[in-house]
Design a protein around this ligand. Structure first.
Ligand code: TMP
Length: 253
């Protein structure tokens, strides 16, 4: 069988050439990394869950008119997405203090912020994705002022949508990261939400108990990561609890 062309391999996903021009196949691996891949493991079933969860969030966003790269899910681990030019920024939105914000400013984790705070990091693993300001972004030409206005408004719309969806199932959206891509349509360029939206790229806390249901479970060795992600999927009605374990044939006596 002909081997399909790999376009890019990242820490958690692989991008292959898609079936039509302008498309890519996004494959979700089971690899989990943290602290810029200093900590690594294979977490069986993580890719299947993130494929489904990212489909769920991106479909919801498409449905309220927030454009995303997501076209359709192809199978357990793959989805068809629009090929776009990724802007080299990690766009982070925070509703409560946690992680690097807590460290940087000495805020207790869980402190509600006066309003959502949007931060930008320059996507470069060799530099550890450093925090940058709009000044750096403009000066180095990573995005124009118009792009930045659009990125801010996309990020805040994603925040409102995800916060509401999660609140409805008893989960607090503490913070999340998205990536933005450019697509070209004739003479026009549009910005769309790309990459993935999953518990790998969000902080999700149970509202009642404060239990962490995101990648901090792996980063901080707090328990079983697939159990946490399965719980998010179950509450959202995205997939049955044991669906990720049904990958091997089982003997029926
Ligand atoms: P931080 O508190 O470590 O800066 O993370 C903020 C949010 O961004 C959190 O939801 C996790 C997410 N994130 C990623 O998706 N990728 C990354 O490489 C990092 C560092 C954070």
């Amino acid at each position: 069988m002909a081997r399909r062309k790999k376009i890019y391999e990242g820490k958690a996903k692989i991008l292959y050439e898609g079936p039509e021009p302008g498309t890519l196949v996004q494959y979700f691996k089971d690899d989990a990394t943290a602290f810029n891949a200093q900590k690594k493991d294979i977490i069986e079933g993580k890719g299947v869950l993130n494929n489904r969860l990212s489909e769920f969030f991106m479909t919801g966003l498409n449905g309220i008119g927030v454009p995303t790269h997501f076209m359709r899910r192809l199978n357990m681990r793959e989805q068809l997405v629009r090929n776009c030019e990724i802007i080299p920024l990690e766009v982070i939105v925070r509703n409560y203090a946690a992680g690097s914000l807590s460290q940087r400013l000495g805020l207790e984790e869980g402190t509600q912020l006066p309003r959502p705070i949007v931060e930008y990091c320059y996507k470069d693993d060799s530099l550890n994705d450093p925090l940058v300001t709009e000044e750096h972004i403009a000066a180095f030409g990573w995005a124009s002022q118009q792009d930045m206005d659009d990125i801010l408004s996309l990020a805040l719309r994603v925040n409102d949508f995800l916060s509401g969806v999660m609140l409805a199932v008893g989960i607090r959206l503490v913070d999340f990261k998205i990536e933005i891509g450019r697509i070209y349509e004739g003479d026009f360029m549009r910005l769309i939400v790309a990459d993935e939206i999953s518990p790998d790229s969000c902080r999700l806390w149970d509202i009642e108990t404060g239990q962490k249901l995101d990648k901090d479970v792996f980063r901080r060795d707090l328990g079983n990561l697939t159990d946490a992600y399965s719980e998010v999927a179950r509450r959202l009605g995205v997939m049955p609890r044991n669906a990720t374990q049904m990958t091997k044939p089982t003997l029926i006596n």
